[in-house]
Design a protein around this ligand. Structure first.
Ligand code: ADP
Ligand code: MG
Length: 341
């Protein structure tokens, strides 16, 4: 659906060369909500702007539905671009035009008959929940309402792809959540493929099925959201995951435990094993005491994902046996600190 093949981008700025993308290979499948996350300057906007040719690759190719847009003549390009909608962090609405006219703009540009425009804009306003705002001006709307209008405008030409460049970064958490739910609905009801970029891992967790982590113009890690969240490999992916899944042992606890005869374990439960009473089984089967330091269960891609941090006390050989037993259960287990060794 969208394929990046060895895409490189070099910007010339004041005789300086900036390598914004240094060889991107990525495949977004039909129906995906694909998130690209990275810190500021990673190259995310440059990447997403390649899809609708707001930027052209210096090397490599971007294929949209199998077509390399960069090779098309202007008239064919216009036609293909209608299949790609885009929304922006600062909404990019025209303040001098009404909400109705903002949404109608892409249809006016493609010379759609007036009656059709009216019907389509009304339908879109209803879909984004702002049927009563047709005659208002953007300045009279809240941030969340402005982004809904941005979304309605992006959908006007019935695109098959929606690009979102930090679409919720200017919104408060509650409004962010509402806009994300709207994007999810668009994906589900219209089967529109969504490529979104963000610097917030909570956005990825809330709606994406796949994620790519970008750093210095490269994709350092990508895969299903569940796999990246439950088992991040790169330092940057771990840092991003840590912003939403808190499974670090606080330093004060580590210091306190330094002198004691305890072992700290991190346990990750995945899927149906979340509910298994592992801790009570361990406490019954072995001569150990287990206390929970922190426990958290979240849902990623409709699958429960639990993190437990526990400390285990007892004789070392009982702790070892309990550890072996737990390892054979359907959990991921990691010993953080084992003192007295
Ligand atoms: N038009 C441009 N001219 C020169 N440099 C640019 C241009 N656009 C982006 N860059 C540079 O490319 C790098 C990646 O930018 P960008 O894609 O905007 O990153 P992100 O969206 O991840 O913050 C940055 O170093 C930025 O300064
Ligand atoms: Mg950006």
């Amino acid at each position: 659906m969208i394929e990046f093949k060895d895409v490189k981008k070099v910007f010339q700025s004041n005789k300086q060369q900036i390598e914004a993308l240094t060889g991107i290979n990525l495949k977004v499948e039909q129906g995906d909500i694909y998130g690209v996350i990275g810190y500021s300057g990673a190259g995310k906007s440059t990447l997403i702007r390649m899809v609708n040719l707001l930027e052209r690759p210096s090397e490599g190719a971007v294929l949209v539905n199998g077509i390399n847009l960069a090779s098309l003549k202007p008239s064919k390009l216009r036609q293909e671009k209608k299949k790609i909608g885009m929304i922006f962090q600062h909404f990019n609405l025209l303040n001098s035009k009404t909400v109705f006219d903002n949404i109608a703009m892409p249809l006016v540009l493609s010379r759609t008959p007036k009656t059709k425009i009216k019907a389509r804009v009304s339908e879109l306003l209803k879909f984004v929940g702002l049927a009563d705002k047709a005659k208002n001006y953007p300045d009279q709307l809240s941030g969340g309402q402005k982004q809904r209008i941005g979304i309605a405008r992006a959908l006007a030409t019935n695109p098959s792809i929606l690009l979102c460049d930090e679409a919720t970064s200017a919104l408060d958490p509650q409004t962010t959540s509402e806009v994300l739910q709207l994007l999810k609905k668009i994906n589900a009801e219209y089967n529109i493929t969504i490529l979104l970029i963000t610097h917030e891992m909570s956005v990825i967790r809330e709606i994406c099925n796949k994620v790519a982590v970008m750093e210095y113009g490269k994709v350092v890690e990508n895969g299903s959201v569940f796999n990246i969240f439950s088992n991040p490999q790169s330092t940057i992916a771990k840092n991003f995951v840590r912003t939403v899944i808190h499974d670090e042992v606080p330093k004060s606890i580590l210091n306190e435990l330094h002198a004691s005869k305890k072992s700290i374990w991190k346990i990750n439960f995945i899927g149906t094993s979340s509910g298994r009473p592992l801790l009570s089984t361990l406490a019954k089967k072995f001569d150990v005491d287990i206390s929970v330091l922190s426990a958290n269960i979240s849902e990623i891609q409709d699958t429960p994902f639990g993190n437990l941090i526990v400390d285990v006390t007892g004789e070392q050989d009982e702790i070892t046996k309990a550890y072996q037993f737990a390892k054979d259960e359907n959990v991921s287990l990691q010993e953080v600190v084992a003192d007295g060794q």
